[in-house]
Design a protein around this ligand. Structure first.
Ligand code: SF4
Length: 267
């Protein structure tokens, strides 16, 4: 059942969102979570490690980490200092080692070493906020509880005109109101794929990307600029002077003033 408290969206806004979704699905039929994992607790830990860090960097560190600590109980038995060497290449590794250790300890003590399957329970874990909980619920258990809003999703939501909100929580509410619930998990993968491959933080393929040209205000600008170049006579940009403008722009007197007066001949 849709949440009654979600922001209201018009039928036209929802239809446009569906068109964007279809275009992204067509472009990225294989969109998926780009963190490497095989068991739910691994994805939980990889997502905690990915805060303010790229998935690529996390994927370089996790094979060694997962080999050294195959189960939540292995992290729980260790200390944060034991975990640190495996994730040293990742930013904020000391704080993350503490979060991973504490989360694993809670999994063992409160949840029988299993990753819980509800938002409420996941949010009780150290280092787990809504974004991480959505990643785990959607990817490990196929539960569409919300939409993951990371930096790419936030950026593209603004550029595609899906949300004017600034906080991840409010952007998420807008996306939940616009898109069908069964697509929420996939939607974030699609936006992240587009964000990593076309619309990067410092400028993207505005002029050439078909999806951008249809859905982003920058893309539309590029289309208009192109139209101006190709057909200067296009009615969009043609500037036909009105009768009073024609009179005003007659260059007669101004031009005359600019011409240097002839010197009288000294004959
Ligand atoms: S048009 Fe440019 S700014 Fe807009 S989504 Fe595409 S790449 Fe990003």
């Amino acid at each position: 059942m849709p949440d009654a408290a979600l922001p209201r969206k018009t039928a036209a806004q929802k239809a446009r969102a569906l068109e964007l979704l279809a275009a992204l699905k067509e472009r990225f039929p294989n969109a998926h979570c780009e963190l490497d994992w095989t068991q739910p607790h691994e994805l939980l830990i990889a997502t905690i490690l990915s805060a303010q860090c790229t998935d690529v960097a996390v994927n370089k560190a996790t094979p060694g980490l997962f080999r050294a600590f195959p189960a939540p109980a292995d992290y729980a038995r260790a200390t944060p200092t034991d975990i640190e060497p495996y994730i040293r290449s990742i930013g904020l590794f000391r704080a993350k080692a503490r979060a991973v250790h504490e989360t694993a300890r809670m999994l063992v003590e409160r949840f029988g070493s299993e990753v819980p399957r509800t938002m409420e329970a996941l949010l009780t874990l150290r280092g787990v906020a809504r974004k991480t909980a959505n990643v785990v619920l959607g990817n490990c258990f196929g539960i569409n509880e919300g939409v993951v809003v990371d930096t790419h999703v936030a950026r593209l939501s603004a550029r595609f005109g899906l949300s004017r909100q600034k906080t991840p929580e409010k952007i998420e509410r807008d996306l939940m109101a616009l898109f069908p619930q069964e697509d929420w998990c996939l939607l974030s993968h699609l936006l992240i794929f587009q964000g990593r491959r076309a619309c990067k933080a410092r400028g993207g393929d505005c002029a050439t990307d078909e999806i951008c040209r249809r859905f982003c205000v920058e893309g539309l600008r590029a289309v208009r600029a192109e139209a101006t170049k190709q057909s200067p006579q296009s009615p969009l940009h043609e500037c036909t002077p009105k009768p009073h403008q024609k009179r005003a722009t007659k260059p007669v007197k101004k031009t005359e003033k600019l011409v240097a007066p002839k010197r009288p001949s000294r004959r």
